[in-house]
Design a protein around this ligand. Sequence first.
Ligand code: NZQ
Ligand code: ZN
Length: 386
Amino acid sequence: MNNFEFKNPTKIIFGKHTIEKLEREIPKDAKVLMLYGGGSIKKNGIYNQVKTALSKHDLIEFGGIPANPEYAVLMDALKIIKEQNITYLLAVGGGSVIDGTKFLSSAALFEGDTPWDILTKNIRTEKGMPFGTVLTLPATGSEMNSGAVITREETKEKLAMGGPGLFPEFSILDPQVITSIPERQLANGITDAFTHVLEQYMTYPIGAQLQDRFAESIMQTLIEVAPKVLQDPTDYQAASNFMWSCTMALNGLIQKGVPTDWAVHAMGHELTALFGIDHARTLAVIAPSHYKYNFEAKKEKLAQYAERVWNITEGSTNDKAYAAIEKTEAFFNQLGIDTKLSDYTNAYQGTAEIISKRFTERGWTGLGEHQSLSPDKVEKIVKMAY
Ligand code: NZQ
Ligand code: ZN
């Protein structure tokens, strides 16, 4: 196992009827800006639960943060934060609203020229405006990590940011919120969380037995609950295991002491930026090609995953490793997720070249666990995913 340091300061409040506990988590004298998305919280009652819990707080709202949180919209919210002397942010939503809130937490205290620099110049946020979250969609793990991904339509970019100042102070996880989530978004959530585990696991063996088993158990749990969650989102036991798996998949724990990849996400983000494809679906498009292209480097872990997660015990290391890639793709397909770029757009010719050129321009010349995935290899992987 590699050396590591681990600190995750986010308080998790998990379970039924936990939104009512909001009141005690936010300082009484705070001036709160509640942030939310396109309005699902008004239809499913979460909005009312939050407003009731915070009826004694000084609170204003900002709605309309779109999926793949848009920079221009967030800049409108930033104006309100400054004009109204907001001191505390509350995200009520999925990864997009939470990530948008993290950007605002950072931008509110940022002293540089333009907050866009936080994303383009990789400025780590050491201290942000304090914020909490009410999670409405299990998927990204953003509710318990310090990263965010922001989209800018004007330049067709999607860039990441983060830093120790961007952990939520608390996150409320009531699994009952999933009852109103459309099937497409449930499938996205399962796929995203599953791929988060793969990114931190599908590298090479390093003797981190406990970390491997944490990762495998999260994947096993997701595979087990996926059909139940899709068939009946009111199944509380399935919903609670789904929600906690998504959080555990990306709260920092399973990546400690092990090499990590993250190239699938790097390529996937470009497909969202270029074509607006849902984040999780871009991962399902890239992952099978990525694992096939990097087969030699990853086959030991692929074979371990085959045995322990998919119960594939017959055949050579190569056979098992290859079967595991096929099983993974079939799993995404069973969730209703297509795994080829051409399933999502007709305008895919030239995409691989654009992505590879962007990576070169950004200096991303060596991605992956060996820092050896160069832009020409990225181009080949994206082409394999057409
Ligand atoms: O906007 P509203 O009306 O609320 O509808 C949302 C949205 O349309 C809807 N939804 C959310 N909760 C619901 C609900 N509908 C009914 N009932 C509910 N309870 O779902 C739609 C998608 O929401 P969104 O927040 O965009 O989804 P997700 O949580 O998948 O977040 C995706 C974003 O997170 C980023 C992605 O890149 C993408 O921008 N990621 C963030 C990460 C992080 N911070 O750690 C890691 C991830 O890899 C990912 O990159
Ligand atoms: Zn993701």
